[in-house]
Design a protein around this ligand. Structure first.
Ligand code: ADP
Length: 558
């Protein structure tokens, strides 16, 4: 779209946005539109009535004046048998003297008397005589009115435009009333000769009156519409302002500022809304406080219990070690019990360690021990340490590492724990199939992905896996020895670095877990260096397919 069209669209867009977002704007625009429509309609009706009224009274007066004039003229002709009918002037002049306006009111109306021929008239047959108002009779008297008057008896009228004789004077509206005047047949030897007499009344005064009325109506209408718009704006402001206030306070409450309240004044509906809002905020605040307190107590309880269990556990562990050492001298069942005791104690210790770690996160006591870490080395170490477990499960570990170091400011111990957890999970839930571990870096971030081709994740489980003690299949997980806390600790560790841990999975296809750490702890990145969703999966099982291999810069190891 060209730039000028875009520039034109911009104000339309902002008006539309205002319309969508502001009730006040909608009410004011609606009121303005409706009241403009109403004002136009009312103005039109009133103007019509005033016009009719003004014109009707003038027309009535004009018609009765013309009727009297026509009657006077006819009786004058009837009673003057001596007039020379061929001399239009001598026949009509006395009439005009009678009918013409007085000399001080020449502009009130004009009279045109026509001879029998035409408006322009020929020398003897026709002729035009005028009195009173000066105007161009030929242009001002409508042709059809003239023909009607000539051909029919009775008086006729029409509205017209009066053209002045002087070309620089303005035209004006007018009313023309015309009638035949017959010379009595006994006198008129040629018989049937008629004259036409026209009254022309200017309506300039009425037009000016109507102009004034129209101006007054437009001004009143505009003022009324503006007033209505202003009233609508003021009234809606009274309602909208508290609503906007409530919205901003609700937003602040939502952002965690639980002590925010609305300012309540008066007892009206808005004040009651404010009261209810404040009650709601108060009740939410106390419930949240209660829950926070409860959760704090629970965390405290877990932390205390874990601590308290450590001492007896150490003693039990020492005793169990003694039993384990001495198991060759035991009979079969007792030796087996000593082994079981040792294995369960391992699990118990693992669980306690994880619980204590979680407690530290909850208490906000977890600290990063930052240093420059080459993520490739961390991954290689973890893979090496997991080789036995992988071999045990029959999984092949494939590692894809870039040639150049992938340095990040990180806590090596925590990063090791994150990667180890992901790799061990991939082996545990990978159904003995290949597990691929990839590392890549960008100027902003470093990423590690661990992909397996095992049980995968059902829709929705991508987020649930990070919940504490959540397991897709608790029975199976127990046999694998996990505590259900591994991923929750991993996500806390990642968050501590300002990084992200995400999961992707499809049932039966496999899972991908990706950890992204910023190069500098707490730094930002826009594009993760590795994709989460494998590019080779589109609903078809893709077991064993290489994933995100970095061409030319990778080495694979087992
Ligand atoms: P644990 O493995 O000890 O049970 P985790 O927190 O590490 O605890 O994992 C939680 C749950 O997430 C696991 O029980 C399992 O159901 C699921 N999960 C984790 N990793 C994978 C994976 N790679 N594939 C499928 N499911 C997984």
């Amino acid at each position: 779209m060209p730039a000028h069209a875009l520039a034109l669209l911009a104000p339309i867009r902002s008006v539309l946005q205002l319309w969508r977002r502001s009730i006040q704007a909608r009410v004011v625009i609606g009121t303005l539109t409706l009241s403009t429509g109403l004002a136009l309609l009312a103005g039109w009706v009133m103007l019509r009535q005033v016009t009719d009224g003004v014109l009707d009274s003038k027309t009535d007066a004009a018609l009765s004046q013309a009727a009297a004039g026509f009657a006077a003229a006819q009786s004058r002709l009837d009673s003057a048998p001596d007039i020379d009918l061929l001399d239009v002037g001598s026949a009509l002049n006395p009439l005009l003297d009678v009918l013409a306006p007085r000399s001080d009111a020449v502009d009130d109306y004009g009279i045109v008397a026509l001879g029998p021929a035409s408006l322009t008239g020929s020398a003897e047959e026709g002729g035009v005589l005028e009195a009173g108002l000066r105007f161009d009779a030929e242009a001002s008297i409508p042709q059809d009115l003239l023909e009607k008057v000539r051909s029919t008896e009775g008086s006729w009228r029409a509205y017209t435009t009066i053209f002045p004789t002087a070309s620089d004077s303005p035209t004006q509206p007018g009313l023309v009333v015309g009638s035949q005047i017959r010379v009595p047949p006994s006198v008129d030897q040629t018989s049937g000769r008629t004259y036409a007499l026209f009254y022309v009344f200017p309506l300039q005064e009425q037009r000016e009156t109507l102009f004034v009325v129209r101006g007054a109506l437009i001004t009143t209408g505009a003022v009324l519409v503006l007033l209505l718009g202003t009233i609508a704006w003021l009234v809606t402001r009274q309602v909208v302002t508290p609503v906007r206030l409530a919205r901003s306070i609700a937003e602040r409450l939502a952002s965690g500022r639980l002590e925010e309240r609305m300012h309540v004044r008066g007892e009206d509906d808005i004040a009651r809304l404010g009261l209810s809002f404040n009650q709601m905020a108060g009740s939410l605040q106390s419930q949240i406080r209660q829950l926070e307190e409860l959760s704090r107590l629970q965390r405290r309880f877990v932390a205390d219990v874990s601590h308290e269990l450590r001492t007896p556990l150490t003693t039990v562990r020492m005793a169990a070690d003694v039993l384990h050492e001495a198991r060759p001298s035991f009979d079969g069942a007792t030796a087996r019990s000593a082994e079981l005791l040792q294995a369960e104690l391992d699990r118990f210790e693992l669980l306690l360690t994880d619980l204590l770690e979680i407690s530290r996160f909850d208490a906000g006591a977890a600290q990063l021990d930052l240093g420059d870490v080459d993520v490739r080395q961390v991954v290689s170490r973890v893979v090496e340490a997991s080789a036995v477990l992988a071999a045990d499960r029959g999984s092949e570990l494939t590692v894809i590492l870039p040639k150049r170091p992938c340095l990040a400011e990180a806590d090596a111990r925590r990063l090791d724990r994150i990667v180890r957890n992901l790799v061990v999970n991939a082996i545990n839930y990978g159904e003995g199939r290949e597990v691929e571990i990839s590392v890549a870096s960008s100027p902003e971030a470093v990423a590690v992905t661990v992909r397996d081709h095992g049980v995968g994740l059902k829709p929705g489980e991508e987020t649930m896996v990070f919940n504490r003690f959540w397991r897709a299949d608790p029975a199976r997980a127990r046999t694998r020895g996990g505590t259900g806390l591994g991923l929750s600790i991993a996500i806390e560790d990642t968050a501590l670095h300002g990084g992200r841990l995400d999961a992707w999975g499809r049932p039966g296809v496999g899972s991908v877990f990706r950890v992204v750490l910023p190069r500098r702890a707490g730094g930002e990145w826009t594009q993760p260096p590795l994709p989460l969703e494998p590019p080779d999966v589109d609903g078809v099982e893709a077991v064993g397919a290489p994933y995100a291999r970095l061409s030319g810069s990778s080495e694979a190891s087992r």
